[in-house]
Design a protein around this ligand. Structure first.
Ligand code: NAD
Length: 488
């Protein structure tokens, strides 16, 4: 375990640990106990980090040396692997993730760093002529200081998902990580910041909130923002960033439909449906929150799914038998339960009520048992709005066209799953879904070489894949008249 986790968790700015005037407590959501303290960033720290990143960008050493950037990113990947157990431990303690789910998150970081190290070396540029005697070159140049804002639900995977392409592109960066994961942020800052050959100011990490995030978004010295968070915040950031016409990559909320066709293999599909609901306690942008079931298998699905959810072992990460950890804090437990109560009042039928754990040894923690409701009306809030908790809403359908229409009847379009043993249905349905990712007989499988992002209210732009660089690059056309016109 990092010794840093036991002391005050600080910011990493300009190659140094930096404290703040304000210290706050970090809390274990499974017990309510204080596990450490952290420096809470404000405008001063955000501005200092921007200045450091600006100075580092002005020095050509980083932005002009691809070999250096690839070496640094690969070494950073090694460091995340070497300290994976510490990260998993902290995510359990501070973020409530079971160790299996923590390992799932942490495994993304080295893969993403190595993919982007490779991307840094793949730019071969383009050149071409339009008429005889002239030549055009298109060069890709880093845009400058990248502002990165990540949410508390997966700070390791999501912080690195934006940081790695920014650094690979030759940008310098300021990463604003959330207060709920301050201890984890500090270890991320150490693994990133203390990497050999990384110059001071290239990668700065602060723990803050909307105030520090807003400084990044409004700063004229930060030409690009890579944001992961809710759709509501994404809209605010997009509006504020437009004052300086800066580019904004937005990875936002979701309301993932899981579509079970009549011929689905339920033995394998139902455990996936359960995982889609309970991984990260339903606090995952891709949480499977809408279950669309063919009417002829609905009876079996109701019974078998209810049994699986009732048997779910909810508990702290410190208990190896726990299958699902706590919610991030008690106010969010109350918020989720109010949404469920409102849905029941709006006509939803209870199949498994779940809800807050108020008795016994888990009562001090922010635990919420998984809940399954059934609805007739696709327009009610529980179907349309992201809950960000382990609440699944079931609805039946009769035809493929009806299933597609229901799945697309949403302002979100992040991801979807289709379960069927047919050879034609899955691809036909996948092509018709308004969704950035579609899994067939699976859920939430992501790879760095393939683009990830949202349609509609789920985002703008793409993370991962070759498109990942676009948020951090300017294209420049240089036309040459090299004097090769043939002599007369
Ligand atoms: P949030 O939008 O409330 O906050 C995200 C981050 O933005 C926080 O660190 C916060 O400090 C900062 N922030 C808030 N207001 C800001 C402002 N006006 N200006 C600048 N920064 C601001 O989201 P959250 O509750 O932390 O995270 C949950 C949300 O994130 C869910 O909607 C979830 O679906 C989404 N999410 C999306 C993805 C994805 O890849 N699409 C991944 C994970 C989470």
């Amino acid at each position: 375990m990092s010794t840093r986790a036991a002391s005050v968790a600080m910011h990493w700015i300009d190659g140094k640990w930096v404290d703040s005037d304000e210290h706050r407590d970090s809390v274990n959501p499974a017990t309510g106990e204080v596990i450490g303290s952290y420096a809470m960033g404000g405008p001063k720290e955000a501005q200092a980090a921007i200045e450091a990143a600006k100075r580092a960008f002005a020095d050509p050493a980083w932005r002009t040396d691809r070999l250096l950037r690839a070496r640094v990113l690969n070494r950073m990947a090694d460091r995340f692997e070497e300290r994976a157990d510490d990260l998993v431990e902290l995510l359990g303690l501070e973020n409530g993730k079971t160790h299996d789910q923590g390992r799932m998150e942490v495994a993304f970081a080295p893969e993403t760093l190595r993919f982007n190290a490779a991307l840094a070396l793949t730019d071969t540029g383009t050149n071409s002529g339009v008429t005889e005697g002239e030549l055009s070159l298109v060069v890709r140049q880093p845009v400058g200081v990248a502002g990165i804002i990540a949410p508390w639900n997966s700070p390791v995977a999501l912080g690195i998902r934006s940081l790695a392409p920014a650094l690979a592109a030759g940008c310098t960066a300021v990463m604003n990580l959330p207060r709920q994961t301050a201890q984890t942020n500090s270890l991320i800052a150490e693994l990133v910041g203390e990497t050999e050959e990384l110059q001071p100011g290239v990668a700065n990490t602060i723990t803050g909130g909307h105030v520090t995030g807003d400084v990044l978004v409004r700063s004229p010295d930060v030409p690009t923002i890579s944001f992961t968070g809710s759709t509501a915040t994404g809209k605010q950031i997009s509006a504020a960033a437009s004052e300086n016409l800066k580019r904004v990559g937005l990875e936002l909320g979701g309301k993932t439909p899981l579509i079970l066709f009549e011929d689905a293999d339920l033995e394998s599909a139902l455990p996936i449906v359960v995982s889609a609901l309970i991984v990260f306690s339903g606090q995952f942008c891709m949480t499977g929150s809408r279950l669309l079931v063919h009417e002829r298998i609905a009876g079996r699905v109701r019974t078998e799914l209810a049994a699986r959810l009732r048997a779910m072992k909810v508990g702290p990460a410190s208990d190896p038998d726990s299958e699902m950890g706590p919610i991030i804090d008690k106010p969010n437990v109350e918020r989720i339960d109010t949404i469920v109560e409102d849905a029941i009042r709006a006509g939803a039928t209870v199949i498994v009520r779940g809800g807050p754990i108020t008795d016994g040894p888990l009562a001090a923690g922010a635990f919420y048992r998984p809940t399954l409701l059934e609805v007739q009306d696709n327009s009610i809030s529980i179907v349309q709005d992201e809950v960000f908790g382990p609440v699944l809403v079931m609805k039946t359908f009769a035809t493929e066209a009806e299933a597609i229409a229901m799945a697309n009847d949403s302002n979100y379009g992040l991801s979807a799953s289709v379960f069927s043993r047919d050879v034609d249905i899955p691809l036909r349905v996948a092509l018709a879904l308004e969704s950035g990712s579609v899994w067939v007989n699976d859920w939430a499988k992501l790879h760095d070489q393939f683009e990830e992002g949202g349609f509609k209210g789920s985002g703008v732009g793409r993370m991962r894949g070759f498109a990942v660089m676009d948020d951090f690059i300017e294209f420049k056309h240089i036309r040459l008249q090299p004097g090769t016109t043939p002599a007369v």
